[in-house]
Design a protein around this ligand. Sequence first.
Ligand code: HEM
Length: 439
Amino acid sequence: MNAVSQAATKEKMNAAFVSLSKAYAGNLDDPYPLYRQLREKCAVYDGDLVADFGVPSLAAGRDGKRKVFCLLSYEAASKALLDPETWSTEIWREAFDGVLGDPVLLYLSGDTHRYHRNMLAGILSPVAIRDMVDKHFVPTLEGMVKGFADRGKGELMADFILDFPIRIIYKLFGLADDEQKMDMFAARALVMVLGALIDPRNPEEMKERITNAFIANREIHDEILDTVKKRRATGNFDGNDMIAQLLRYSREDGTKMDNEEITQFLLPNLSAAGETTSRGFANMVALLLERPELLEQVRNDRSLIRQVIAETMRYEGSVSVLPRILTRDVEIDGVKMPAGSGVNVLVGAANRDPAAHDNPEEFSLQKRSKQALSFGFGPHMCMGMPLAKVEMELALNTLLDMLPNLRFDPEVPYEGIKGIQFRSPSAINVVWDVPSTQA
Ligand code: HEM
């Protein structure tokens, strides 16, 4: 592979990430104290905190004019997520404005939603995921870390974290092994997510983002379609990758999916699986690096990793705001919310509600009684959660095994976990020990 074009692709990906991070960062690094203050007064905030923080608010609509409320308590947030007929996910369709094509599971409702969800559940089954772990996921992760392990220092977001979930999904789809294509795929996936950013304050930039997102979508679409066609032509549909499974899939009436349908089925999963996992994993690594004693404990006892993942997703989940639109009038805690209002379900705030968790402001491996809402809840709860958890566990094991004594780089200030809509560090500068034979 040509090193110059590989560097250019990486640069493009990092630029897309920086741009996305800036747009989502807002003007308040740590919103939790304010969430706590507001939640103590009322479970609902009458206004749009996301827009107040200077972040493009999906709930407010493309022109930013829709009336918006925010849900702060665990009870209000979980009830809303459990009832998509009232608190509709249709708002995501408006946010992505066609960028992800159609159908997209997240915007569907009722029986159509259930049908597509069951189908995806069958394909992303634990058996299929387990089958991919040793064959594809572990070699992919180890190969990536091997590429920089002898350096002794690095910036983990750019070196590893932004890229690995997309490479995993690339393998899971069953796309051909080509490192440069995988990098391009990762860059385009970010550009696609960026397209969904509503920012009425800056209509020209918003238009440009959407145009770029459509181009990225088309390029990814064509690459997947090309692979599906070639694979169909071979007549060999063996294996647990998603393309093979979809080629084998029979509907109840015995019909098969055509090439376009398979491509569209896969495409939205890319945006769902990439940045969410990168940022969730980044938060886990950052929270451990901030707590060297806990990191040492985990290094020596890897069975703790699952608890660390669960607590990371509660304490600093990567997705902190879920937008909804109300289909009927609703009243909570004395606040009347008319049909048609936008709602920001502040899952980050709900996850720290003392009514749901003891010592919610503490990062602790104690068993929590309630499920965190960072993967959503109810009918639209994340379909990729088991996959994301497997990825996070494998990736952390790989870093701990291959980068001995991993720690923050004392020479580069660490800026912490930030962001309103999405939360994560934008950079994690680290050092590690390199055995003298490698140094
Ligand atoms: C740490 C990583 C991840 C996080 C934090 C995350 C978070 C979420 C959240 C919050 C939702 C619900 C959105 C809503 O209710 O508005 C969701 C839905 C979804 N996620 Fe994930 N996700 C992650 C990884 C993945 C992965 C790896 C996939 C792989 C395919 C995936 C596929 C999906 C799909 C298909 C849905 C839509 C489910 C439905 O509407 O029924 N996610 N995710």
